[in-house]
Design a protein around this ligand. Structure first.
Ligand code: G3I
Ligand code: 9MR
Ligand code: ZN
Length: 544
């Protein structure tokens, strides 16, 4: 038996459920400060949760609204301690966003902002163009991708898009200073942080052709304890790809719009770059998917389907410029057969759909607009239905416990919140919150998958700076990949064979296929959490 809760906490006004394995019966909520029992209840019935192979019951204590620090107790077992308060996620949200600062490449991270995780500037040498090794290009800056030090355009675009969408949807969630070196209490830090990445992304566009290099990395991954400033191998710009160019065009179009009144020069640069990238895509209609050259062994981010990236690019360019030629391109691509509601790094169709919907019905084709809007509702309903049938109240099928399954969890949360925005259905928001509860400890392993947050938090992420810096605590605010039934590294193979999908996770530095961190697993977490830090404003805005 075990009792699982969101180890960070529950918003007072929302539904509150703890999950108990192999037990059904009476439970109580105990005040953690004085030991008094503040609530008594009965769990629901035991049901089998397929993904974990465990029978679970739900202990609902939604009626407990008084702020405090509590635990759930049943049958002499107690849960981790958690907070009930109006805004339990303020600190978490700041920390999830601050994580991007810790991912920065190319500048010192001084103690003033990085504390004990400070280190010197890294990867400042120019990169060699792989296909023409006499050319070198400055590609410094930006964020490292993950536990490694590569910088890859495709996942970078997802990360920036999530953050800029979070800012568009929940601006009030970003009023506090993080702080970072650029903090000026005028422009929100999230825009400063994204500008750091955008400035690097602009350097990834080939000045000769307008196509975008897929990535900039060393030839091989350095060993696990190498600090970024000591990773001194030559840097290579891998060949241009259509997927990188498509994502680049999309994210540059978003930036052109968002920075218009904030940084006019950047905004214009982004729009120019986006249009050039689009022209490259028009000349290169048939392009094979990106493959690593034989001697480049870093992450591939391969993806043979580039129509979804083109769809996203067309939608964003149309939203930003209003030029009908982009809409015409979008309307052709919408007919193609790729998923329209996915927010992954490979399947980006969801971003294109959201952009077209956010642009408004009056500026769109009314048939396509209403089909996409209805499709979003159907998708959200499916996620709610799956979550209702799931022991842990999340929408993952057993087959979705893949590398980076926590991204799937968070992307679903994000899609639900966006569906809530368009369809005003509280069940969507409630369901999204259940996905956050899973991430923060209400899962069969009773673990919080965000470093630095939760009683039973992960301590050994596959993250080179956290391994190499000699500091005991890993860098805080990082979202882990989570359970991966594919057992795609030796550590997972040795330790996790035979386990159920939701249990295929190990908090070990060597398990990169379950315990790595990435910018694009953090970014949907920022989006989802920001809804709740913006909560009182969301209600205000809806009522107005
Ligand atoms: O999509 C299929 C699914 O259809 C299938 O049923 C399932 C069965 O295993 O697999 C799914 O594919 C997985 C795919 O991720 C899904 O996105 C692959 O097995 C899995 O190998 C693949 O993993 C990717 C991994 O790189 C290896 O290529 C991760 O998504 C991706 O996040 C990860 O990215 C790495 C970078 O290369 C380097 N930097 C670190 C980063 C994170 O680990
Ligand atoms: O550290 C690398 C991690 O960032 C990648 O996601 C992963 C898969 O590409 O590879 C890791 O590097 C490992 C390499 O693939 C095999 N040798 C051990 C490396 C970890 O130290
Ligand atoms: Zn670096």
């Amino acid at each position: 038996m075990d009792i699982q809760v969101n180890q960070v906490g529950y918003p007072s006004s929302q539904k509150k459920v703890a999950i108990i394995n192999e037990f059904q019966g009476a439970f109580e909520i105990v005040d953690d400060e004085n030991g008094s029992v503040v609530y008594c209840g009965e769990t629901g019935e035991l049901t089998l949760d397929n993904a974990s192979g465990s029978s679970v019951s739900h202990a609902d204590f939604s009626l407990l609204k008084r702020p405090g620090q509590y635990r759930v107790r049943a049958n002499e077992f107690v849960s981790a301690s958690f907070l009930v308060t109006e805004q339990p996620y303020d600190e978490l949200q700041q920390s999830l966003l601050k994580a991007f600062y810790f991912y920065r490449c190319g500048s010192d991270l001084p103690e003033k902002y990085a504390g004990s995780w400070s280190h010197k500037a890294c990867h400042t040498i120019p990169a060699i163009v792989y296909t023409d090794q006499n050319r070198i290009i400055d590609c410094s800056g930006g964020w490292h991708d993950a536990g490694d030090y590569g910088k890859y355009v495709v996942p970078a675009a997802k990360a920036v898009a999530d953050l800029l969408l979070a800012y568009e949807f929940y601006p009030h969630a970003f009023s506090r200073a993080l702080p970072i070196p650029e903090t000026d209490n005028c422009i929100p830090d999230i825009l400063h942080e994204c500008r750091y990445e955008l400035t690097w992304l602009l350097k990834m566009q080939d000045p000769l052709t307008g196509g975008v290099f897929h990535k900039v990395t060393t030839k091989e991954f350095p060993s696990l304890d190498v600090m970024p400033e000591n990773d001194l191998g030559d840097l290579y710009l891998s060949p241009i790809s259509a997927t990188a160019t498509g994502c680049f065009v999309a994210v540059m179009s978003i930036a052109a719009r968002i920075y218009k009144n904030i940084d006019k020069v950047l905004s214009e640069q982004c729009l120019f770059a986006a249009k050039r990238g689009w022209d490259w895509l028009q000349i290169h209609k048939e392009v094979s998917g990106y493959k690593n050259p034989d001697d480049i062994l870093t992450g591939e981010y391969g993806d043979d389907e580039d129509q979804d990236e083109r769809y996203w690019a067309a939608a964003e360019l149309y939203r930003t410029t209003g030029h009908d030629r982009y809409q015409q391109a979008f309307l052709l691509l919408v007919e193609a057969d790729f998923p329209k509601y996915e927010l992954g790094w490979a399947n980006v169709g969801g971003y294109g759909t959201i952009a077209y919907l956010l642009n408004g019905e009056e500026k769109g084709n009314s048939k396509v607009y209403s089909e996409l809007l209805e499709g979003l509702r159907i998708q959200a309903d499916k996620l709610v239905e799956k979550s209702t049938d799931n022991g842990y109240l999340i929408s993952l099928s057993e087959t979705e416990y893949i590398w980076g399954s926590n991204m799937v969890v968070l992307n679903h949360g994000m899609l639900l919140l966006i569906a809530h925005f368009f369809h005003n259905n509280e069940r969507y928001a409630e369901c999204a919150l259940n996905h956050l509860h899973y991430l923060l400890g209400r899962n069969v392993l009773n673990v919080s998958y965000v470093t630095g947050h939760g009683t039973n938090q992960v301590l050994h992420p596959h993250h080179r700076p956290s391994v190499g810096d000699g500091v005991i605590e890993p860098v805080a605010g990082l979202v882990l990949g989570g359970p991966n039934r594919g057992l795609e590294d030796d550590c997972a193979k040795t330790n996790l064979a035979g386990r159920s999908p939701a249990c295929c996770y190990i908090d070990h530095v060597d398990s990169y296929s379950t315990n790595e961190v990435t910018i694009y697993w953090n970014s949907p977490a920022v989006f989802v959490v920001s809804y709740w830090t913006n909560l009182s404003y969301n209600e205000l805005e809806r009522n107005n």
